[in-house]
Write a protein that binds this ligand. Structure first.
Ligand SMILES: [Zn+2]
Ligand SMILES: [Zn+2]
Length: 303
Protein backbone atom coordinates (compact mmCIF):
# COMPACT_ATOMS: atom_id res chain seq x y z
CA UNK A 1 0.00 0.00 0.00
CA UNK A 2 1.21 3.47 -0.81
CA UNK A 3 1.46 6.06 1.92
CA UNK A 4 -0.13 8.68 -0.36
CA UNK A 5 -3.08 9.24 -2.65
CA UNK A 6 -1.52 12.13 -4.51
CA UNK A 7 2.06 13.25 -4.78
CA UNK A 8 3.93 16.03 -6.55
CA UNK A 9 7.71 16.06 -6.56
CA UNK A 10 10.32 18.25 -8.19
CA UNK A 11 13.43 16.78 -9.81
CA UNK A 12 14.74 19.81 -11.72
CA UNK A 13 14.25 23.48 -10.86
CA UNK A 14 16.98 25.30 -12.77
CA UNK A 15 16.41 27.43 -15.84
CA UNK A 16 18.37 27.55 -19.09
CA UNK A 17 21.08 24.92 -18.42
CA UNK A 18 22.12 22.53 -15.67
CA UNK A 19 24.82 23.65 -13.26
CA UNK A 20 27.21 21.89 -10.89
CA UNK A 21 28.85 24.72 -8.92
CA UNK A 22 32.12 24.02 -7.11
CA UNK A 23 30.52 24.90 -3.79
CA UNK A 24 27.56 22.58 -4.51
CA UNK A 25 23.92 23.59 -4.54
CA UNK A 26 21.23 22.61 -2.08
CA UNK A 27 18.53 24.22 -4.23
CA UNK A 28 19.45 22.04 -7.21
CA UNK A 29 21.34 22.30 -10.46
CA UNK A 30 19.13 20.21 -12.76
CA UNK A 31 16.77 21.67 -15.33
CA UNK A 32 13.00 21.35 -15.34
CA UNK A 33 11.25 18.18 -14.29
CA UNK A 34 8.12 17.71 -12.16
CA UNK A 35 6.33 14.47 -11.37
CA UNK A 36 2.69 14.37 -10.30
CA UNK A 37 1.15 11.04 -9.51
CA UNK A 38 -1.26 8.82 -7.68
CA UNK A 39 -0.24 5.26 -6.77
CA UNK A 40 -1.52 4.11 -10.21
CA UNK A 41 -0.96 7.09 -12.50
CA UNK A 42 2.43 8.61 -13.28
CA UNK A 43 2.62 11.97 -15.03
CA UNK A 44 5.87 13.78 -15.71
CA UNK A 45 6.14 17.38 -16.86
CA UNK A 46 9.20 18.12 -18.98
CA UNK A 47 12.37 16.15 -19.48
CA UNK A 48 15.13 18.48 -18.34
CA UNK A 49 18.17 16.91 -16.72
CA UNK A 50 16.11 16.31 -13.55
CA UNK A 51 14.29 13.46 -15.28
CA UNK A 52 17.45 11.35 -15.13
CA UNK A 53 17.22 10.90 -11.34
CA UNK A 54 13.48 10.33 -11.62
CA UNK A 55 14.06 7.56 -14.18
CA UNK A 56 16.43 5.80 -11.80
CA UNK A 57 13.92 6.14 -8.96
CA UNK A 58 11.15 4.54 -11.05
CA UNK A 59 13.13 1.45 -12.04
CA UNK A 60 12.44 -0.70 -8.95
CA UNK A 61 8.71 0.07 -9.28
CA UNK A 62 8.73 -0.82 -12.98
CA UNK A 63 10.57 -4.10 -12.32
CA UNK A 64 8.14 -4.98 -9.56
CA UNK A 65 5.19 -4.14 -11.80
CA UNK A 66 6.52 -6.41 -14.52
CA UNK A 67 6.83 -9.30 -12.13
CA UNK A 68 3.16 -9.14 -11.31
CA UNK A 69 1.52 -7.88 -14.52
CA UNK A 70 1.60 -8.58 -18.24
CA UNK A 71 0.52 -5.03 -18.94
CA UNK A 72 3.18 -2.43 -19.64
CA UNK A 73 4.02 0.21 -17.06
CA UNK A 74 2.44 3.42 -18.36
CA UNK A 75 4.08 6.82 -18.00
CA UNK A 76 2.58 10.04 -19.31
CA UNK A 77 5.13 12.66 -20.31
CA UNK A 78 3.73 16.16 -20.88
CA UNK A 79 5.78 19.03 -22.24
CA UNK A 80 5.40 22.74 -21.56
CA UNK A 81 7.45 23.38 -24.73
CA UNK A 82 10.53 21.87 -26.29
CA UNK A 83 13.38 24.24 -25.53
CA UNK A 84 16.57 22.29 -24.85
CA UNK A 85 16.54 22.79 -21.08
CA UNK A 86 13.17 20.99 -20.95
CA UNK A 87 14.27 18.13 -23.15
CA UNK A 88 17.93 17.36 -22.64
CA UNK A 89 17.40 14.59 -20.07
CA UNK A 90 15.06 12.56 -22.27
CA UNK A 91 17.59 10.20 -23.90
CA UNK A 92 19.05 9.50 -20.44
CA UNK A 93 15.67 8.59 -18.94
CA UNK A 94 16.24 4.89 -18.37
CA UNK A 95 12.58 3.72 -18.71
CA UNK A 96 12.77 4.76 -22.38
CA UNK A 97 14.94 1.69 -22.99
CA UNK A 98 12.63 -0.76 -21.20
CA UNK A 99 10.36 -2.75 -23.55
CA UNK A 100 7.65 -3.23 -20.94
CA UNK A 101 7.19 0.51 -20.47
CA UNK A 102 4.65 2.49 -22.49
CA UNK A 103 5.49 6.17 -22.72
CA UNK A 104 2.71 8.55 -23.73
CA UNK A 105 4.33 11.71 -25.08
CA UNK A 106 2.04 14.74 -25.12
CA UNK A 107 3.31 18.13 -26.18
CA UNK A 108 2.91 21.06 -28.52
CA UNK A 109 3.52 21.12 -32.23
CA UNK A 110 5.76 24.14 -32.72
CA UNK A 111 5.98 26.50 -35.68
CA UNK A 112 4.26 23.96 -37.90
CA UNK A 113 6.32 20.95 -36.79
CA UNK A 114 4.53 18.00 -35.19
CA UNK A 115 5.52 17.21 -31.64
CA UNK A 116 6.65 13.69 -32.58
CA UNK A 117 8.95 15.09 -35.28
CA UNK A 118 10.45 17.56 -32.82
CA UNK A 119 11.28 14.77 -30.37
CA UNK A 120 12.67 12.59 -33.19
CA UNK A 121 14.87 15.45 -34.40
CA UNK A 122 16.56 15.83 -31.02
CA UNK A 123 18.01 12.32 -31.31
CA UNK A 124 19.05 12.22 -34.97
CA UNK A 125 22.50 10.60 -35.34
CA UNK A 126 24.22 13.99 -35.61
CA UNK A 127 23.08 14.76 -32.04
CA UNK A 128 22.69 11.43 -30.30
CA UNK A 129 23.75 7.83 -30.96
CA UNK A 130 20.34 6.28 -30.24
CA UNK A 131 17.46 7.27 -32.51
CA UNK A 132 13.79 7.45 -31.62
CA UNK A 133 13.05 4.07 -33.19
CA UNK A 134 15.71 2.53 -31.00
CA UNK A 135 13.99 3.64 -27.81
CA UNK A 136 12.80 0.22 -26.72
CA UNK A 137 9.69 1.34 -24.84
CA UNK A 138 6.31 1.49 -26.52
CA UNK A 139 5.52 5.02 -27.59
CA UNK A 140 2.48 7.12 -28.35
CA UNK A 141 2.59 10.75 -29.42
CA UNK A 142 -0.08 13.42 -29.25
CA UNK A 143 0.04 17.04 -30.25
CA UNK A 144 -1.62 19.05 -27.54
CA UNK A 145 -3.70 22.14 -28.02
CA UNK A 146 -5.63 24.49 -25.83
CA UNK A 147 -8.93 22.70 -26.07
CA UNK A 148 -7.59 19.46 -24.69
CA UNK A 149 -7.59 17.92 -21.28
CA UNK A 150 -5.74 14.83 -20.11
CA UNK A 151 -7.51 12.59 -17.62
CA UNK A 152 -7.62 9.02 -16.32
CA UNK A 153 -10.07 6.37 -15.37
CA UNK A 154 -9.43 5.32 -11.77
CA UNK A 155 -8.16 1.80 -12.42
CA UNK A 156 -6.42 2.42 -15.71
CA UNK A 157 -2.99 4.05 -16.01
CA UNK A 158 -3.47 4.89 -19.72
CA UNK A 159 -4.02 8.65 -20.20
CA UNK A 160 -7.16 9.74 -22.01
CA UNK A 161 -7.36 12.91 -24.04
CA UNK A 162 -10.59 14.80 -24.02
CA UNK A 163 -11.92 18.03 -25.40
CA UNK A 164 -13.04 20.77 -23.06
CA UNK A 165 -16.80 21.12 -23.25
CA UNK A 166 -17.23 17.70 -24.87
CA UNK A 167 -15.62 15.40 -22.33
CA UNK A 168 -16.78 15.25 -18.76
CA UNK A 169 -14.84 12.54 -16.94
CA UNK A 170 -17.07 10.94 -14.32
CA UNK A 171 -14.29 10.65 -11.82
CA UNK A 172 -10.68 11.18 -12.78
CA UNK A 173 -7.99 10.73 -10.12
CA UNK A 174 -5.85 13.24 -12.03
CA UNK A 175 -7.15 15.74 -14.55
CA UNK A 176 -4.81 18.07 -16.39
CA UNK A 177 -5.94 21.28 -18.04
CA UNK A 178 -3.74 23.57 -20.06
CA UNK A 179 -3.43 27.13 -21.19
CA UNK A 180 -1.19 28.30 -24.01
CA UNK A 181 1.08 31.09 -22.87
CA UNK A 182 2.03 33.30 -25.79
CA UNK A 183 4.85 35.37 -24.28
CA UNK A 184 7.67 32.88 -24.53
CA UNK A 185 9.90 32.91 -27.61
CA UNK A 186 9.28 31.82 -30.29
CA UNK A 187 6.06 29.86 -30.17
CA UNK A 188 4.92 30.15 -26.57
CA UNK A 189 4.72 27.55 -23.83
CA UNK A 190 1.96 25.63 -22.09
CA UNK A 191 0.89 26.17 -18.51
CA UNK A 192 -0.74 23.15 -16.86
CA UNK A 193 -3.19 22.79 -14.01
CA UNK A 194 -3.42 19.44 -12.28
CA UNK A 195 -6.57 18.69 -10.32
CA UNK A 196 -6.86 15.74 -7.99
CA UNK A 197 -9.87 15.47 -5.72
CA UNK A 198 -10.21 19.03 -4.46
CA UNK A 199 -6.52 19.94 -4.84
CA UNK A 200 -5.05 22.09 -7.57
CA UNK A 201 -1.45 22.56 -8.65
CA UNK A 202 -0.47 24.96 -11.43
CA UNK A 203 2.81 24.57 -13.27
CA UNK A 204 3.72 27.84 -14.98
CA UNK A 205 7.30 27.74 -16.13
CA UNK A 206 8.83 29.75 -18.95
CA UNK A 207 6.24 32.48 -18.65
CA UNK A 208 6.82 36.22 -18.58
CA UNK A 209 4.16 38.17 -16.76
CA UNK A 210 5.10 41.67 -17.86
CA UNK A 211 3.41 44.21 -15.59
CA UNK A 212 0.35 43.73 -13.44
CA UNK A 213 0.12 39.94 -13.99
CA UNK A 214 -1.33 38.14 -16.98
CA UNK A 215 -5.06 38.01 -16.30
CA UNK A 216 -5.55 34.78 -18.25
CA UNK A 217 -3.00 33.10 -16.02
CA UNK A 218 -4.53 34.65 -12.89
CA UNK A 219 -7.91 33.16 -13.84
CA UNK A 220 -6.36 29.81 -14.76
CA UNK A 221 -4.54 29.64 -11.39
CA UNK A 222 -7.35 31.04 -9.21
CA UNK A 223 -7.26 29.58 -5.69
CA UNK A 224 -4.72 26.90 -6.55
CA UNK A 225 -3.13 25.15 -3.59
CA UNK A 226 0.29 25.40 -5.21
CA UNK A 227 1.49 27.67 -7.98
CA UNK A 228 4.92 26.79 -9.37
CA UNK A 229 5.90 29.91 -11.25
CA UNK A 230 8.84 31.07 -13.33
CA UNK A 231 10.89 33.52 -11.28
CA UNK A 232 14.18 33.42 -13.12
CA UNK A 233 15.26 36.98 -12.38
CA UNK A 234 15.57 39.51 -9.63
CA UNK A 235 13.92 42.85 -10.43
CA UNK A 236 17.36 44.20 -11.30
CA UNK A 237 18.20 41.31 -13.64
CA UNK A 238 14.78 41.61 -15.23
CA UNK A 239 15.53 45.15 -16.36
CA UNK A 240 18.19 43.66 -18.62
CA UNK A 241 16.25 40.59 -19.67
CA UNK A 242 12.63 41.64 -20.10
CA UNK A 243 11.31 40.11 -23.32
CA UNK A 244 13.40 36.93 -22.89
CA UNK A 245 10.32 34.96 -21.83
CA UNK A 246 10.88 34.69 -18.07
CA UNK A 247 9.47 36.48 -15.04
CA UNK A 248 11.06 38.35 -12.19
CA UNK A 249 10.36 37.36 -8.60
CA UNK A 250 8.17 40.45 -8.24
CA UNK A 251 6.03 39.44 -11.22
CA UNK A 252 5.64 35.88 -9.91
CA UNK A 253 4.54 37.22 -6.50
CA UNK A 254 2.05 39.58 -8.10
CA UNK A 255 0.50 36.71 -10.09
CA UNK A 256 0.27 34.61 -6.90
CA UNK A 257 -1.32 37.49 -4.99
CA UNK A 258 -3.94 38.17 -7.64
CA UNK A 259 -4.70 34.48 -8.16
CA UNK A 260 -5.05 34.09 -4.37
CA UNK A 261 -3.13 30.84 -4.33
CA UNK A 262 -2.23 29.08 -1.10
CA UNK A 263 1.45 28.70 -1.86
CA UNK A 264 3.92 30.03 -4.41
CA UNK A 265 7.05 28.15 -5.45
CA UNK A 266 9.68 30.24 -7.23
CA UNK A 267 10.93 28.20 -10.17
CA UNK A 268 13.34 28.14 -13.17
CA UNK A 269 16.20 29.68 -11.18
CA UNK A 270 18.77 31.54 -13.19
CA UNK A 271 21.92 29.39 -13.52
CA UNK A 272 24.02 32.41 -12.47
CA UNK A 273 22.23 32.73 -9.14
CA UNK A 274 24.03 31.06 -6.23
CA UNK A 275 22.15 29.39 -3.38
CA UNK A 276 22.83 32.42 -1.20
CA UNK A 277 21.35 34.74 -3.82
CA UNK A 278 18.33 32.46 -4.07
CA UNK A 279 17.82 32.43 -0.29
CA UNK A 280 17.93 36.24 -0.37
CA UNK A 281 15.40 36.22 -3.20
CA UNK A 282 13.13 33.94 -1.16
CA UNK A 283 13.35 36.28 1.83
CA UNK A 284 12.49 39.27 -0.33
CA UNK A 285 9.65 37.40 -2.05
CA UNK A 286 8.05 36.69 1.33
CA UNK A 287 7.67 40.42 1.88
CA UNK A 288 5.49 40.47 -1.25
CA UNK A 289 3.70 37.13 -0.91
CA UNK A 290 4.23 35.54 2.51
CA UNK A 291 3.64 31.90 1.63
CA UNK A 292 6.50 31.67 -0.86
CA UNK A 293 9.24 29.07 -1.09
CA UNK A 294 12.07 28.41 -3.45
CA UNK A 295 11.41 25.39 -5.62
CA UNK A 296 14.14 22.90 -4.78
CA UNK A 297 14.97 19.42 -6.02
CA UNK A 298 13.82 18.10 -2.66
CA UNK A 299 10.36 19.61 -2.69
CA UNK A 300 7.58 17.10 -2.31
CA UNK A 301 3.85 17.40 -1.62
CA UNK A 302 2.11 14.27 -0.44
CA UNK A 303 -1.54 13.81 0.42
ZN1 LIG B 1 13.28 26.87 -19.69
ZN1 LIG C 1 11.89 28.06 -22.77
Amino acid sequence: MSDYQFMAKLYGVRGSYPIAPEEGTKVGGNTTCLMVRTPEHVVIFDAGSGIIRLGKELIPEIIQHNQTSHQPFHITLLFTHTHTDHLLGLPFFTPIYMPNVHLHFIGPATLGMDFEDIIATTVIPQFFPVGINEFRCRKSFHNIDENMMVYFNPDNPVPLIGRIGETEPAFSPLTIYNMKYYFHPKDGSYVYRVESNDKKLVFATDVEEYHGADQRLVTFSKNADVLIHDAQYTAEQYRKFSGYGHSSVDLACEAARQAEVQKLLLFHHDPNNTDQMLYDIEKYARTLFPNTELATEHWEWKL
